[in-house]
Design a protein around this ligand. Structure first.
Ligand code: PLP
Length: 373
């Protein structure tokens, strides 16, 4: 009924602030001209604190998956022994991309809805010391699990394996500490916590990963990070970039910097706690235990979840995401990342209350969390 004013509560893309849309609305410019070069390298440098790194960050025009494929294309040759840690849809995507590049693929599966067990990873690496690259997801959007990247990095022990992390739905919403944790490649994307439209991916590369990439003789073209490095020295990208997304990011970063990154992360934790308290107050079961819960998305078990999502979309214009893989029609997911506030969580809970015909309890429980914060 009210689709003309969508309330987008999915785990990306997220609503884009009007200020950001305004910054994008300008005539097209030359991507090899001064205006672009004045903004682009600075924007990438301003992402470094969010990646927790002093390493260079490259931008590829494409979605988050393009960023993932960039990592694989540069690191993996046929028969490169790799280990993919799979606990959901996006962990599986790492494995599919590695397979497409004909890696010697090892997969460690974890139950959907639980965090990656770092001890198991350590044991596996002792058993298969030949593994050269490990791929994992920080925030598994399909299950709403936040994985402990630092623990996995530490669990490598004596293994020299590189660690590659998909931080597509975590970066900008929760700390990512690439250097302190010892991560070699971090991939993220524009349309989640960074509050900008889809279409740009970001890849940070450690010196060790760069060395490894230089030895990889297999073919790559659009995703060849050596080209991106050369062009970044001139403040450019090798191919025509998504120019207006760069201006969007300039403004979005300004907004996040003004709020302060520590406050941004605290806001995401607060929204997680409110959402979880509200769902529990309604007697609903959460997919993920408190210790592994994502600050950017919450997954809730719900009978006939897809019919519920259709009801609230058609009646109120509220859009929740559905379940993927084994969770199809079993759960719904509420995104609370990027341009989202506690009020958005209260709205999401109000819609749930209406569907459950239990008025007040979820909003009240969430309000109490807000009061205590
Ligand atoms: C954790 C994670 N990784 C990767 C992706 C893929 O990103 P894209 O859809 O932009 O290709 C997504 C998108 O939802 C994601 O949430």
């Amino acid at each position: 009924m009210y689709r003309f004013k969508p309330e987008l509560r999915i785990p990306g893309p997220v609503p884009v602030p009007t200020e950001v849309l305004g910054r994008m609305s300008q005539p097209m410019i030359n991507h090899r001209g001064k205006i672009f070069k004045d903004v682009f390298p600075q924007v990438l440098a301003r992402l470094q604190p969010l990646f927790g790194t002093k390493n260079p960050i490259f931008m590829v025009t494409g979605s988050g998956t393009a960023g993932m494929e960039t990592a694989v294309a540069n690191l993996v040759a046929p028969d490169t022994p790799v280990l993919c840690l799979v606990g959901g849809f996006f962990g599986r995507r790492w494995a599919e991309i590695c397979q497409a590049y004909r890696a010697k693929l090892h997969v460690l599966e974890f139950p959907w809805g639980s965090g990656i067990d770092a001890d198991q990873v350590g044991d596996y690496l002792k058993q298969y010391p030949e593994i050269e690259v490990i791929f994992m997801v920080h925030n598994e959007s399909s299950t709403a699990v936040l994985n402990d990247v630092e623990a996995v990095a530490r669990a490598r022990g004596r293994s020299e394996a590189l660690l590659v992390v998909d931080a597509v739905s975590s970066l900008g919403g929760t700390p990512v500490e690439m250097d302190a944790w010892g991560v070699d490649v971090v991939v993220s994307a524009s349309q989640k916590c960074l509050m900008t439209p889809p279409g740009t991916a970001f890849i940070a590369v450690s010196p060790k990963a760069k060395e490894f990439m230089a030895k990889n003789e297999s073919g790559r073209y659009y995703f060849d990070l050596r080209k991106y490095e050369q062009f970044l020295e001139k403040g450019e990208t090798p191919f025509t970039p998504n120019i207006n997304n760069v201006f969007a990011l300039d403004k979005a970063l300004e907004m996040l910097e003004t709020e302060g990154f520590a406050n941004v992360f605290a806001r995401h934790r607060l929204m997680r706690d409110m959402m979880r308290a509200g769902a529990k107050a309604l007697g609903l079961e959460l997919v993920v235990e408190d210790k592994d819960a994502s600050p950017t998305v919450t997954a809730v078990k719900y009978p006939e979840a897809d019919a519920f999502r259709a009801r609230i979309r058609d009646t109120y214009g509220v859009e929740f995401a559905g379940g993927q893989g084994p969770f199809a029609n079993q759960i719904f997911r509420v995104g609370h990342m990027g341009y989202a506030t506690p009020l958005d969580v209260l709205t999401a809970l109000a819609v749930l209350e209406i569907d459950q015909k239990k008025f007040g309890c979820a909003v009240e429980a969430a309000e109490q969390v807000l009061d205590r914060s």
